[in-house]
Design a protein. Sequence first.
Length: 424
Amino acid sequence: PSPILRYILTMTTHMNNHMTGSHAALTSLRDQPTVTASSSASLAVNTAGPEPVIVPPVGAAPEITDPAREEIAAALHLSPGSAANRIHAARELTAHPDLLGLVSRGQLPGLSARLLLSDVANLDAESALGVTAAVAGRVQKRWLAGSRVWTCAEVRRTAKGIKHNLAPPLLEEARLRARQDRRVELRDEQDGMCELLALLPQEEGGRIWRRLTAIAKGMSDDGTGRRIDQIRADTLTDLILDNPTGSATGAAAATGVEVNVVVGLDTLLGLAEDPGDVTGLGPVPAAVARELAADGTWRAWVRDAASSTVISTGSATYTPGAALARLVRAREPYCRHPGCRRQSQACDLDHAVAWPKGATTAQNLGPLCRRHHNIKTHHGWDLDPGLDPDPKTGQGGNEAAAGWTWRTPAGITITDKPPPPLLE
């Protein structure tokens, strides 16, 4: 059990007060002694209630759920998503008292309980409680008989068997709910790689896998020496990008999507081999950066070698022009909010000093995802760009190097700046 969890759960009190706490309260709660995970979960219900706190819409801005989670995340150096996951896990566990009792007595690992709850998430509340209670009963029976504790896989296998004994209409409803979560995600990995993850219905995912495998087996003797896993990956790439040649620039051309690549002038001219940076994805080798910059479907931003920044432009209107928008997103690949990793191409361009007092300039603009744009505008977060004392002039300061300072509703200050797009 972690003191971080104790702090997170205690801090949910601030959700009900819509983040009216103080810096002193935050830091003192953070230092509370460690308690068990089960009692911490119970504390979450006592302080925040069993349901998320929803703040009504403000003007044209949408409603927002659990606005205090960003403040908790900032105080504990977590991402907002991690803070939200911890709060959600505590609420979920306390909604299943049989599991909570097992975890509190050390008869069921917390990980097993979390995985079991994820397996019943698409059932209606009554059926989910029935399944977890049945699993808890079997775990308790084994414990009393002196048998070993089940592994996570054994707990989930037991739950799956119990689920299959439910009425067919309930199972069909669960399947329909699960289909609503289908999605494709992109996750960065090391050394220029990424993971492309697809959550699909079993029958469709199985058909795709079998199709890729059949093609890969048919090409396994093509003389390239590729493993079957590599051929599957290459086949998937070629099929989606309509890229029979396998070239990077051909793949980009087929998508019709503009991608920014930041590259040093000396590297672009072949005088250096410093890496480039694809906005939102990260560093790429110099050779790849030159290839992408030369292709018409990629937009090259040439970096100043001395300042490691891109030259700024300005505008006298509220909405930035295309060139200015590209510049800001090339300079800052992610949302400015502490810990948020939403790519800037999917973010709003926020005026740090509200327009028209603050100008539409590269100095006063920065990417914020829609949730964090909403929090800054309507829920007590303050952003100081820390640059020109008169942002309307658009002059002075190096916007990429100087950074900015956030102040949370509880008074915590967080200073940050984007790393140069090309690290020295």
